[in-house]
Design a protein around this ligand. Structure first.
Ligand SMILES: [Zn+2]
Length: 184
C-alpha cells in the first residue's frame, strides 16, 4: 500500500487520498459517499509549462499538486468539492468515469503537444505556414507590433498573440471549433 501511494505522489498530478492528518476525510460533517461527478478540468492553461502551473489542492485529502481537478457534488453539501482522481473515485463510488474523463483530458493535452511540435515552414517574409488536413494555415508576424495573427484557410482570426506558441494554440482551437461545427 505504501508503495502505491508513493507512486501516485511522484506522478505529481493526483491526490494520494490520505486518511491522515488534517484531511477532510476525518471531518464528521463531510460525507464519504453519495457524491456524483460533475466535471473534470485541466487547470493548466494552453501553452503553460509545468513550473508555471498553479496546482490546486484536493479539498478532501489536502494533496496540493492536483492538475486534473474533479468537481464532485453531494445533495447534502452546499458547495461542490474540487478533488483529485483518487478521492473522486472513493467519494462517488464510481471507479470508471472519473478516470475516463481524466484520460480524455490527458489525450487532448497530448494531441495539443503534438500539434505545437509540428514543423511549420518559415516564409521569406518571416511568416509561418502549414498545410494541415488539406487546409492552409498561416501565422503572420506583424513587424510593427511584433504580435502574431492567424489565418485558417481564407479567414483571419481577430486576435493577436505575443508568442508563436500562443498563436499555434489559437489555430488549434480554431480548427477544433470548425470541426465541432462541421465546417472543417
Ligand atoms: Zn484527494
Amino acid at each position: 500500500m505504501k508503495n502505491k501511494n508513493n507512486d501516485i505522489i511522484l506522478n505529481g498530478t493526483d491526490c494520494k487520498s490520505a486518511a491522515a492528518g488534517e484531511s477532510s476525510w476525518n471531518l464528521p460533517n463531510i460525507p464519504h459517499k453519495g457524491w456524483t461527478i460533475v466535471d473534470v478540468i485541466d487547470i493548466r492553461e494552453d501553452g503553460q509549462s509545468e513550473d508555471e502551473t498553479d496546482y490546486q489542492t484536493c479539498m478532501m485529502c489536502n494533496y496540493n499538486r492536483i492538475r486534473y481537478v474533479h468537481i464532485v457534488s453531494h445533495p447534502e453539501v452546499e458547495n461542490d468539492f474540487e478533488v483529485g482522481c483518487v478521492c473522486a473515485e472513493k467519494m462517488t463510488g464510481d471507479y470508471i468515469n472519473p478516470k475516463r474523463l481524466e484520460k480524455k483530458l490527458r489525450q487532448r493535452t497530448a494531441r495539443r503537444i503534438t500539434w505545437i511540435k509540428k514543423s511549420w515552414k518559415l516564409t521569406e517574409n518571416g511568416n509561418h505556414t502549414l498545410i494541415f488536413e488539406e487546409h492552409r494555415l498561416l501565422i503572420f508576424k506583424d513587424k510593427k507590433t511584433n504580435k502574431y495573427k492567424c489565418k485558417i484557410g481564407e479567414v483571419w482570426g481577430k486576435k493577436s498573440f505575443d508568442t508563436i506558441d500562443q498563436a499555434k494554440n489559437a489555430v488549434y482551437n480554431g480548427i477544433d471549433y470548425l470541426k465541432v461545427k462541421g465546417e472543417w
